[in-house]
Design a protein around this ligand. Sequence first.
Ligand SMILES: C[S@@+](CC[C@H](N)C(=O)[O-])C[C@H]1O[C@@H](n2cnc3c(N)ncnc32)[C@H](O)[C@@H]1O
Length: 284
Amino acid sequence: MTLPTKSAMNPEEFRLIQEFVNERFGLVLDENKAGSLAIKLAPRLDDLHLGTIADYYYHLKFSPDNRTEHLNFISLLTNNETYFFREDAQLKVFSDSILSFLKENRMRQKDRRIRIVSAGCSSGEEAYTLAMLLLESGQFVWEWDVQIVGIDIDPAVIAKAEAGLYGGRALSVTPPQLLERYFRKEGDCYRVKEVLQRITSFRQGNLLEFGDHFAEDSLDIIFCRNVIIYFNDSTVQKTVEGFARALRPDGYLFLGHSESLARITKIYEPLRFPGAVIYKMRDR
Ligand SMILES: C[S@@+](CC[C@H](N)C(=O)[O-])C[C@H]1O[C@@H](n2cnc3c(N)ncnc32)[C@H](O)[C@@H]1O
């Protein structure tokens, strides 16, 4: 007979944790993850001197000093898979079309500020990719104030993004000339150069509270790729409505290639490009 371990999770405990995760972080926890989650939670229970997963749930939900634990917990749940120059077709649309549209609009408005957000940026590869493409476009050199901000709920990946040190798979499809131009070799790894760091910053935050981080009508482009696949429909709707408030009226939203808003909301209009669909807000 195997004795239940302290962190084994019964169905009621799983339901409580599942509801909490969905309400606070928007993520959908699949039932077949119960076993692996129980194993990952064991060290957290030990650290906090808690006996059961139900105790852990009550700590997360009700303890007055639970913020640190929320951050520890979220690091156990997120899928942080990412790499530089992911999903080439969309990046081509960004470089070849959207940057020019934006530049024309901003020149007409005599406004030389461009703000781009990588929402669910993981360890920063997407934000630095956008920074490289922006610099390579050569379109925003004189007197432009350009900033790319990465935001992610998981503090561990934000620390990695800020360090800007990468190796192996993260750089596997990076064009060699850009690796040479924008990175400095450090041992077996590559560190992003100052020229990228100057226009890129990162912060920890929850996309469900997007308005706490970005003011209304302040952003030109939001990339939120490979993030909403982990959300249910009502959370996707809430998230993209938050994005719509933060985007300027002529702003653009890029989602992952398998992520669609067709069933979710009509506030965005899809624009079709070869190999990529991106979203623009309908007139408000
Ligand atoms: C699979 S990665 C995608 C990274 C990058 N956007 C890309 O396409 O390569 C998904 C990221 O979304 C983050 N994430 C998930 N839910 C979030 C939320 N509610 N708020 C902020 N970030 C979230 C995760 O921590 C994870 O780093």
